[in-house]
Ligand binder design. Structure first.
Ligand code: GAF
Length: 388
């Protein structure tokens, strides 16, 4: 995590010299359960020790927000009453979450905010959810007497993505950022919203991310198309079974999927096939973790990669290459992590293989693409909080 003084010194310098309150929210990893959240399935994320830190203070105006993105050295001022909001993509997260918190009854007025992050952008670790939950936490504290519940902050973050940023995401990222707990992964049922903490200390293994540095950008990307494909399959199944209630793919069986295969077409069929399989894999991983069977966990991770690459088609050449290297090096489990279209692989590696794996991946990737992948050792950290 960054130093508070780093953010504070910029906040003082760029505004009126006064200090405010400081809040932090993390990015996330996800062990397994990809593209299942908006399909009512299970996910298995955890917060990381990297995220967003923001200093915020009410500025006494009715609705003027003065915002400074420290890392980008970019200042944007805007009014909450402006129906279009700011154009800068980072400022839209502030605008969006402020309006969503207002909808929840928080009397948000004008405020100053400066923020910085150490969660890599576009790496599939959800820097955007970290922003949303950090700003929501601050607004709830400054204007809302902390009356908004954690779940409502999760939903406000998701609504920000839908309504102001063009990404029809699920709830996994915002959930992990708000509810994260050091040392624990969380299994969330995205339909019932029930979840449990899973202490994660795999004896003899570690998790490491390899960042392909291929830009991951979900807005305007085929992410929304994937979601549409899944919803289309559900619609067809519902039409065939008017007696049933099919809200998401979670409600559908393999037999029902096969029944609509010809009418939905091969592409949508493959998308749904991946999702149904992924739902079972998350439960398989939970069982394997309970039994301490990390080899089984790894096997399921490889299956997920295969499905994300061939059926869901959200991988890319660089990520498939990193996955192949992991296999060659005997890594227990490896797969693309997050929404896809670039970003990281998540790898479950035996401690004794770690050094060789990292060195081999760096070298082979560099030989092929002219740069090394970035390496992030996973430390599972806490969720959104006020620092001072
Ligand atoms: C992105 C989305 F924001 C999440 O909601 C989730 O769908 C994920 O992609 C894929 O599992 O991070």
């Amino acid at each position: 995590m960054m130093e508070i003084d780093f953010v504070r010194s910029r906040f003082i310098k760029h505004f009126d010299g006064k200090t405010g309150n400081v809040y932090a929210s993390p990015g996330r990893i996800n062990l397994i359960g990809e593209h299942t959240d908006y399909n009512g399935g299970f996910v298995f994320p955890g917060a990381v020790d990297k995220g967003i830190m923001a200093e915020m203070r009410a500025n006494g105006t009715e609705d003027t927000v003065m915002a400074y993105a420290i890392d980008l050295k970019d200042r944007v001022d805007f009014k909450l009453s402006d129906p279009d909001g700011p154009r800068a993509s980072w400022a839209r997260y502030i605008y969006g979450i402020a309006l969503e918190m207002k909808k929840l009854g928080v009397p948000v007025k004008g405020f100053n905010i400066a923020f910085a992050g150490d969660v890599p952008l576009g790496a599939g670790m959800s820097s955007s959810a970290a922003m949303e939950s950090c700003f929501a936490c601050g607004l709830n504290d400054i204007f809302g007497e902390n009356k908004v519940s954690q779940w409502d902050m999760v939903l406000a973050g998701q609504a920000t993505e839908h309504n102001y940023c063009g990404v029809n995401c699920g709830i996994m990222d915002q959930f992990a950022s708000v509810f994260g707990k050091a040392g624990c992964l969380m299994r969330l049922d995205c339909r019932s919203r029930e979840f449990e903490y899973f202490p994660f200390k795999p004896d003899g293994y570690r998790l490491v991310l390899l960042d392909s540095v291929v830009k991951h950008q979900l807005a305007g990307s085929p992410y929304n198309d994937r979601r549409n494909s899944c919803e289309n399959v559900v619609k067809h199944i519902q039409a065939k079974h008017p007696e049933g209630k099919f809200e998401t793919l979670r409600d559908c069986t393999w037999e029902q999927l096969d029944e609509v295969r010809a009418e939905v077409g091969e592409e949508d069929y493959k998308r749904a096939k991946f999702v149904l399989g992924e739902k079972d894999r998350v439960l398989g991983v939970c069982e394997a973790l309970n039994e301490g069977d990390y080899e089984k966990v790894g096997e399921l991770m490889y299956q997920t990669h295969e499905g994300l690459s061939k059926d869901y088609e959200v991988s890319c050449e660089e990520l498939d290459f990193l996955n192949d290297i992991a296999k060659e090096c005997g890594v227990t489990g490896s797969r693309i992590m997050g929404g896809g279209f670039g970003g990281c692989t998540i790898n479950l590696v035996r401690n004794d293989l770690y050094k060789n794996f990292i060195a081999t991946a760096k070298q082979k990737f560099n030989d092929k693409y002219g740069h090394e992948p970035k390496v992030y050792d996973v430390v599972i950290g806490d969720g959104s909080r006020k620092l001072c």
